[in-house]
Structures are given as structure tokens and as C-alpha cells.
Design a protein around this ligand. Structure first.
Ligand SMILES: Nc1ncnc2c1ncn2[C@@H]1O[C@H](COP(=O)(O)OP(=O)(O)OP(=O)(O)O)[C@@H](O)[C@H]1O
Ligand SMILES: [Mg+2]
Length: 369
């Protein structure tokens, strides 16, 4: 499916609540997931991601609200009667079975005839590129191979919704990258509606159509990876997804024609192209400055808009980028310098010029009650 096609909602969560005793761990989750979409729930440990997947899969009872799958309310259906499949973090493969037996397990339980199972399993083995491994015992596979078996098993019955709970967390860094691309490729090819859970923000951004940022049982923001990264709704989201430098400021002037805006800060005035409609003159704001958005130079003598001077506190070369810490007044700003081998290697205590881009995101500070 192309991303542009208008897809119907395949999974609808309506004001979903979950209590464990008196402890409310989901506090009203509402979301439509479109057919063929890959939506990822991210959030800190304990915010309720796994609980939500278990509710959708039917492994945990919902306390209030509705789960609608392809137009049908499935709240009260047991897991095996829901058109969902869950792939757990530890894969939950059966150790004394072969790869083929593991993949065909659900088909057998569902009474498929032997010949049909064999054909389907062969197709699935090919799909996850494990053709030569059908007879291998599960415990003689690498982590990445087991991950593919778990994925093949989960999609064997072509569920309407695939639920993946941190499926890559047992893999080493390189394999994680490879497997997340493979999952995404297969998910797109099969056009399978997928709810993915991870606490790895970068994995979430890389793999998803939309991200859902959760905190403490609630949804904080839903949006495309670019929306979440570039236009976070609040400070928590901004700092949860990547690193952020915040500069406190106050809007002194908005030119309504150009939306050019002056933000006064203790480091001087910044000129910002204002994109948000909800910010007005007089508002207290935070300027959201990503480490990669800043330009660092030695042009300290030249006065230019949006440039402040500071002292280089540390310079850590890390191959594709160098992490720089610059002290500007009382603030320590983290700045990424890309392709450092081609650039100036800044030295400790060097005076540097820090340029904040004209187009940055602003967060309106909540008024104190
Ligand atoms: N069976 C249970 N009984 C009581 N409390 C539970 C149960 N399962 C989870 N919880 C609590 O519900 C909250 C949410 O847990 P959940 O496992 O959904 O978090 P998570 O977002 O998946 O975290 P992580 O990133 O660490 O996997 C936690 O406070 C947890 O302690
Ligand atoms: Mg979890």
C-alpha cells in the first residue's frame, strides 16, 4: 500500500483503562490504527506499553473502554478467537521443536491439513530467508534467526493485527538494525497492521508510520516520526526523543506578516521563524535546540543575529560526529559537529561562536496557576 492511500481503521482503541488492584496503569488510551499501518508505542519503562499490547491480544482483561478490530468489538474474546498475534520479547519459541514445527504450530492447532501446513511453512521459511533451516532445532539458531522464526510464526495465520513487544531487544546493535529493516519490509509487503512496542526512541522513529509517546498510562502525543522529533508537544517528549538544549525566553515581538519573532533570553535576542499559531507576544517559551541544528565556528569577533559566544568545555571525537560541550553563561549546550575529520577540531577552552538556526521549535511554557 502506498502511504498516500486512504486506509480504513483496522484497530480502534476507545478510552481504554486498566487497573491492577487500585493501581491504574492505563488511564484512557484512544487511538485509530489504519489498515497496513505500523504504529509504535514508545515511553519510559513502566508506562504501560506491554499492558496495552496484552489487552489488545486478549492476554489481560480490560477494565473499561473498547477494543474494536475490523469493525467488531473484541473486548470479551479469548486470544485464540481474536484476529491478532503477539510476538513476545523472548520469542516464546518451543525449544524441543524444529524451526518448521514452530512456524507451523498455529496452523496445526487450527486444524490445517498436513500438506497445506507444509506448503505454507515453506512459503514462510522463504519469506524470512530460512529455507535451509526448516529441520534445525530452535536452540541451534542465532538470536536473529530465532527472531525471524518468531515473526514467521506470528504471521502464519495472517492475523489482521500483529503485535510486537520489543522484538529486537535481545539482539546486538548491528543485528537490530538489520532486523528492523527486515520487519519493516515484510510488514509493508504483507500490508499487515502492526502495533510495535519499544523503549528505543531511534528504533521507533526508524520503523514507524506513526509514533505514540506514552507516559504514565496516558498518550502524550501521536504523530509521524518527523512531527514528534521536530515539533514535540512538550518538554517531556522533546527530551524523550533525542537530546535537546532548552533556552528559556520570552516573546517580545511577532511580525504578523512574516511571522518573524523576537525571543529575549539571558543570552541575548534570538530571531525565530514562528510556526506555531498558539504563541503570542508576552508568552514565556522554551527554544528547543537540537544538538545537530547548531553551527559551531571560530567567528567570535563578528556580531550576527542568533549567534552567541561561549567556551568549549569538551570535544569528543566519535567518528561520524564530534560531541561538543559549550558553556554559554550558566548554560551548557551540547552540539554535534558532523563529519569532524573534515572540520576544525575545537580545543578545550577555545572561544567559539554558536549559531542557533532561524527555524527552530518553540514550546510555550505553562502559566503557573
Ligand atoms: N500483572 C501485573 N500486576 C500488577 N501490576 C502490573 C502487572 N503487570 C504490569 N503491572 C504494572 O503496570 C505498569 C505498566 O507495566 P508495563 O509492563 O505495561 O510497562 P512497560 O511500559 O511495558 O515497561 P517496560 O518498558 O519496562 O517493558 C507497571 O507499573 C507495572 O508494574
Ligand atoms: Mg514492556
Amino acid at each position: 500500500m502506498s502511504g498516500e492511500a486512504v486506509a480504513r481503521p483496522m484497530l480502534i482503541l476507545k478510552d481504554v483503562h486498566k487497573f491492577y488492584g487500585a493501581n491504574e496503569v492505563l488511564k484512557g488510551i484512544s487511538l485509530d490504527v489504519k489498515e497496513g499501518e505500523l504504529v509504535t508505542f514508545v515511553g519510559p519503562s513502566g508506562c504501560g506499553k506491554t499492558t496495552l499490547l496484552r489487552l489488545i491480544g486478549g492476554f489481560t482483561e480490560i477494565s473499561a473502554g473498547d477494543i474494536i478490530l475490523d469493525g467488531k468489538r473484541i473486548n470479551d474474546l479469548p486470544p485464540n478467537l481474536r484476529d491478532t498475534r503477539i510476538c513476545f520479547q523472548n520469542y516464546a519459541l518451543v525449544p524441543h521443536m524444529t524451526v518448521a514445527e514452530n512456524i507451523g504450530y498455529g496452523l496445526r492447532i487450527n486444524g490445517w491439513p498436513k500438506g497445506k501446513i507444509r506448503a505454507r511453512v515453506n512459503d514462510l521459511l522463504e519469506m524470512v530467508e530460512l529455507q535451509a533451516f526448516g529441520d534445525r532445532m530452535i536452540d541451534r539458531l542465532s538470536g536473529g534467526q530465532q527472531q525471524r522464526v518468531a515473526f514467521a510464526r506470528a504471521i502464519s495465520l495472517e492475523p489482521k493485527v500483529l503485535l510486537l513487544d520489543e522484538p529486537l531487544s535481545n539482539l546486538d546493535a548491528n543485528l537490530r538494525l538489520i532486523m528492523r529493516e527486515e520487519i519493516r519490509k515484510l510488514q509493508r509487503r504483507l500490508n499487515i497492521t502492526t502495533v510495535f512496542v519499544t523503549h528505543d526512541q531511534f528504533e521507533a522513529m526508524a520503523i514507524s508510520d506513526r509514533l505514540v509517546v506514552m507516559r504514565d498510562g496516558l498518550i502524550e502525543q501521536v504523530g509521524s516520526p518527523i512531527e514528534i522529533y521536530e515539533r514535540p508537544a512538550n518538554r517531556f517528549i522533546a527530551s524523550f526523543v533525542g537530546y535537546v538544549n532548552f533556552i528559556d525566553g520570552r516573546i517580545s515581538l511577532i511580525d504578523e506578516a512574516t511571522r518573524n519573532t523576537f525571543v529575549e533570553t539571558e543570552y541575548g535576542r534570538f530571531e525565530i521563524a514562528l510556526e506555531q499559531a498558539d504563541i503570542a507576544a508576552g508568552d514565556e517559551v522554551l527554544i528547543v535546540v537540537r544538538p545537530e541544528a547548531v553551527t559551531l565556528s571560530l567567528d567570535v569577533g563578528i556580531k550576527r543575529p542568533n549567534v552567541v559566544c561561549g567556551t568549549l568545555k569538551s570535544y569528543m571525537y566519535a567518528g561520524s560526529l564530534a560531541k561538543c560541550t559549550v558553556e554559554i553563561g550558566t548554560m551548557k549546550m551540547i552540539i554535534d559537529q558532523y563529519n569532524p575529520s573534515e572540520a576544525h577540531h575545537f580545543k578545550q577552552a577555545e572561544q567559539v561562536a554558536v549559531e542557533i538556526p532561524h527555524r527552530v521549535h518553540l514550546l510555550k511554557k505553562k502559566k503557573q496557576a
